[in-house]
Design a protein around this ligand. Structure first.
Ligand code: RAM
Length: 344
């Protein structure tokens, strides 16, 4: 069908849209994202396969996008434990090294803020991904969220409830006690648990995303709570450690594990029934959106205001939502039928 809209009318509509955009402070990133930047990606910690996937060239993460955009360099750096004490010095070292972009998964909502605020004042672009430096006040231009916080928290409880037939003792095995993302998810778990009066949350423990610590706290749970029916671990390091501990203790089927994990690491435990179902998203997508957001901020195509839009390559167009947050996607449910189909 032939369009009957005249060229003049289209120009008029375009002008009105542009005007509206300007008056509302909304930017549509139409120019190219900035290139030639010295990019530092600072996950919560190094040696965590979640972040290796989110960040590396091989998996198509942050540094793969940096390469596509012809950035000057892309370096992943952090501490070994997912704590502010080891992450802050890594951020400071990156700044001293001339970073122009910092992409950070925050180990604490507030502790990183003095360093990140100082970086922004120097003109460095700061984007958080996966876990926010939410302050208050927030100390980044944009936060790229993995999936809706409420959806992650509530679905984890619904999964364990179904697995343990709505009754019994459960525990949460988290990452660092200060982790912004885990604590936000746990907040929604508490709310959702009110729907299940026969499920009792007996403990919340912290493995700091360090495999040995995560293993020890999981062992501690089994010792202290012999009647434990389930563990929710919303961290890829914790869910693996908890599954290994439950399996080694021959408690498979008696203590059900769920949470957020990576499919390659969790395959064995899904197939043997220790952790029949868990969730995640593609960590590389979160990294990619963060890098595109940063390069558009650096080019001043957008400011990070609510309503700003930018394109993240083949992932499409993203809009900045309330609190300068960009939502990457949805949690995906892994189970026996699909866990073998992923390579991260
Ligand atoms: C761990 C980290 C990360 C979280 C994933 C699910 O690797 O704590 O922040 O998003 O788990």
């Amino acid at each position: 069908m032939k369009s009957r809209v005249s060229k003049r009318a289209l120009i008029l509509v375009g002008a009105v849209v542009c005007l509206l955009g300007t008056s509302l402070g909304v930017a549509y990133a139409t120019s190219a994202p900035a290139s030639g930047l010295k990019v530092y990606v600072i996950p919560k910690n190094l040696g965590n396969s979640y972040f290796t996937t989110a960040d590396s060239i091989a998996s198509g993460g942050v540094c793969a996008v940096a390469q596509t955009l012809n950035e000057a360099s892309c370096t992943e750096t952090s501490g070994s434990a997912a704590t502010p004490a080891t992450q802050i010095p890594a951020i400071q070292a990156a700044i001293a090294d001339g970073a122009q972009v910092l992409i950070v998964s925050a180990t604490d909502p507030a502790a990183l803020c003095p360093t990140l605020t100082a970086a922004m004042q120097k003109g460095i672009t700061v984007v958080t991904y996966d876990s926010d430096a939410s302050g208050p006040p927030p100390c980044r231009s944009i936060y790229v969220e993995d999936a809706l916080t409420s959806q992650i928290g509530t679905s984890e409880v619904d999964i364990i409830a179904k697995e343990i037939h709505d009754k019994g003792q459960i525990a949460i095995e988290s990452a660092a006690q200060t982790a912004t993302n885990q604590n936000a998810w746990i907040g929604y778990m508490h709310k959702e648990l009110k729907k299940y009066p026969k499920i009792k949350l007996v403990a919340t423990v912290y493995g700091n995303d360090v495999p040995t610590t995560a293993t020890q706290v999981a062992q501690g749970l089994l010792q202290k709570y012999p009647k434990l029916a389930g563990i929710i671990s919303p961290t890829t390091v914790g869910i693996l450690a908890a599954s290994q501990v439950v399996d080694a203790a021959h408690k498979k089927g008696k203590v059900i594990v769920t949470g957020l994990g990576t499919p390659l690491a969790m395959k064995k435990y899904v197939l043997n029934g220790t952790c029949p179902i868990f969730e995640l998203w593609d960590p590389a997508h979160v990294g990619d959106v963060a890098m595109y957001a940063a390069a558009n901020l650096a080019a001043k195509n957008i400011t990070g205001a609510t309503g700003d839009k930018f394109t993240a390559g083949s992932l499409g167009t993203f809009t900045v939502l309330a609190d300068n947050t960009v939502l990457t996607g949805k949690p995906f449910v892994f189970n026996k039928a699909n866990v073998g189909k992923f390579n991260f």
